[in-house]
Design a protein around this ligand. Sequence first.
Ligand code: IO9
Length: 442
Amino acid sequence: MIKALIEREERREGEGERRGEREEGEREEEKRRETRREGGRREERGRRESRSWRAVSVLLSEGLSPAWKQTRNHAAAARLDLRGIYPPIATPFTPQEDVDFQKLEENLQKYAKIPFRGLVVQGSNGEYPFLTEEERVEVVKAVRRSLPADKLLMAGSGCESTKATIQLTQKMAAAGADAVLVVTPCFYKGKMNSPALVQHFTKVADNSPVPVVLYSVPANTGLELPLDAVMGLSEHPNILGLKDSGGDITQIGLIVHKTKTQDFQVLAGSAGFLMAAYSVGAVGGVCALANVLGREVCELEHLCVSGRLEEARALQQRLIEPNAAVSSICCTEDFDPPLTQVTRKLGVPALKQAMEWFGFHGGACRSPLQPLTEAETQQLRRDFCSNGWLIAVGLRKFNLSNTPMNNSRMSTWKHTGGQQSRWFWWAGFGGACEDQQVHKQV
Ligand SMILES: O=C(O)C(=O)C[C@@H](O)C(=O)O
């Protein structure tokens, strides 16, 4: 009996051992299967990573970084509505060529009464290449202090290197810029191909606390931001849009068309082709002429967006020559498609002279920009007078000393038969100038 019990116990123990061994074997097999599975996963990860690195290397060779850091304002980029007109404001200087913040402030007070969407500070017309980094930031701070809260401050933060552009962008954001306008680097223009430019703007946008607007101005930089680069960059969450000063309407139309699936906004870079740009989908304009005829350029925008094309056409035609004279986009034969040949003649010195005629502080440019010659001044006046913007009534001899005219005073707006007219009286300082009563007809 006992023997049987022992034998049964031994059998049970043997079965237990064998079950344990089986279970151990199964556990070992499971481990081996898991190891194989993990190895497979690791290989797959390796393949995927190599695929993704291959992709990244391709992307990086095209300048697109795979993961965009979320700056605090990417969401802002989606919200910021750029529609409207912006003067790229001029920078007044003292006779010693220091920034004249007092005159800047007086100009800002006048701009505040004009229905601009905002101001571009340190655009081409701001003479940014001639300002130190510190001055560029100080001017942004001064404008921020004065600009009404509902106006957008777009600060030009472009430099030649990506590193310097990021640093200045961050300083301008801290100084109060709502967005930055970043011009294409151009000193080594032969090497500024799409991959280089896409990588540049991507890194800037990755590191900018505020949304970025691309700035392509081939007449000044000698290069155009290529379409494929714009299309790639339009997908960046912190890149809002493009300011195109090239003036090629087909290029602007193509950019609008090719980026329409993105929240990407295109601004015309000159009043000379503003209506045409609106017709192909631009949402606004950065226009030097708006420093002088700000209300009229805003009126053109209004007529375009409200479909009053006959009136828009008539107004646009009267703005082409004055715009041509004051546009800061220098003449370069290579980048001067016929349409824009009219838009580039006398540049910033002419803009500043015209500002003086229309009651703003323009003054001298910073060296090495030279003042207008007498012949250029006459040409400039013709461009405004022949389009009915400046009619000298009772013009008497001007014997201005070097002191630019100032102390202008706008008297009244007078509507006469649908025409608006403004009368200006000037009393210049420092010279034997006499009162000049000029009838400006708009
Ligand atoms: O000053 C700027 O930044 C410009 O784009 C100039 C351009 O708007 C023009 O009308 O000439």
